[in-house]
Design a protein around this ligand. Sequence first.
Ligand code: ASP
Ligand code: MG
Length: 410
Amino acid sequence: MALIVQKYGGTSVGSPDRIKNVARRVAKFKALGNQVVVVVSAMSGETNRLVALAHEIQKHPDPRELDVIISTGEQVTIGLLSMALKEHGVKAKSYTGAQVKILTDSAHTKARIVSIDEQNIMGDLEKDCVVVVAGFQGVDEHGNITTLGRGGSDTTGVAIAAALRADECQIYTDVDGVYTTDPRVVPEARRLKSITFEEMLEMSSMGSKVLQLRSVEFAGKYKVKLRVLSSFEEEGEGTLITVEDNDKMEQAIISGIAFNRDEAKITVMGVPDKPGIAYQILGPVSDANIDVDIIIQNVGEDGATDFSFTVHRNEYAKAMDILKSKVQPHIGAREVIGDSRAAKVSVVGVGMRSHVGIASKMFRTLAEEGINIQMISTSEIKISVVIDEKYLELAVRVLHKAFGLDQEEA
Ligand code: ASP
Ligand code: MG
């Protein structure tokens, strides 16, 4: 007998028929002798609808009240699914986050889980009950309802699996796993049988569409066996997200090609080459809550250097404005230039730790297509380049092929 946490996303519970389908699957799983805890999202579109509703009353909704509103979507689905399970003759009981007692901090709309009281759930499981828990929500120490950030039901699922020491946390969604890259860009993309937590985090541009990244961090930290599966297919083992397996010789060196279209590049030219400059450039940018990704500073020459970094395209104009109006006159830089049409492509794989030549292969492949590399950044298991957005698809395709990720033709 195994203890399994299954999480079903919004599309999987998007209509009464789909909820009945989930109930049928859960009932089948239960009949095999497993203990099952089900975590559900709100029906698809519901959270957006609730957010929009709140915005019709207040331009900047009060965070505490917003959480009261947007947590209701999940309360509906736990009730509906529990009823559907009972229709299958399965004992079931629903719990809101507060009823379980999923204790969080008080950071409304982006709260973090502090602890989970597993007693009620365990008691019900022992009574042969399927426990249905509302995702995305918790309660703070003062009894306020909190939510965990958009996509937060994944984190609820993983956190409950960790608290119950479940054998596996299965995330059912509308895709059948994690792919080597976006199949819309590369039709030859393959589903990965497994991927490590670290790779999954580095693949964030694709990974985050499948799982809330915080849930992956959580699973890595608490060593929860995490699997992504399709809720629409009866068979299929999905993708297992797991710790690195050093014994696995046949493990691919590269797991995937991630990319991000919405980058913008900014260069501050001719900045004085002296201590404190990076801080004086990026301090005001971060004070404006603008995330900076790749940062490059050149070697200085004649006491001056160039300083480049990337930001999300949506924040490009704001960042340029801050740099031109505040930073440039303050530090005495020559010029601020930028390009809002940049894109980032990354090659990701834990195999990089033990293999050389990945970077040169990547650069050669891009050179052969005449694609100019504007910036490079590396981590232990990832190499990213910034290129002109118009070559993005081409770059992803040729790299996918060069690293042997294309699906073999049947
Ligand atoms: N319903 C919430 C959202 O749409 C949480 C989730 O689906 O994971 O973000
Ligand atoms: Mg989701």
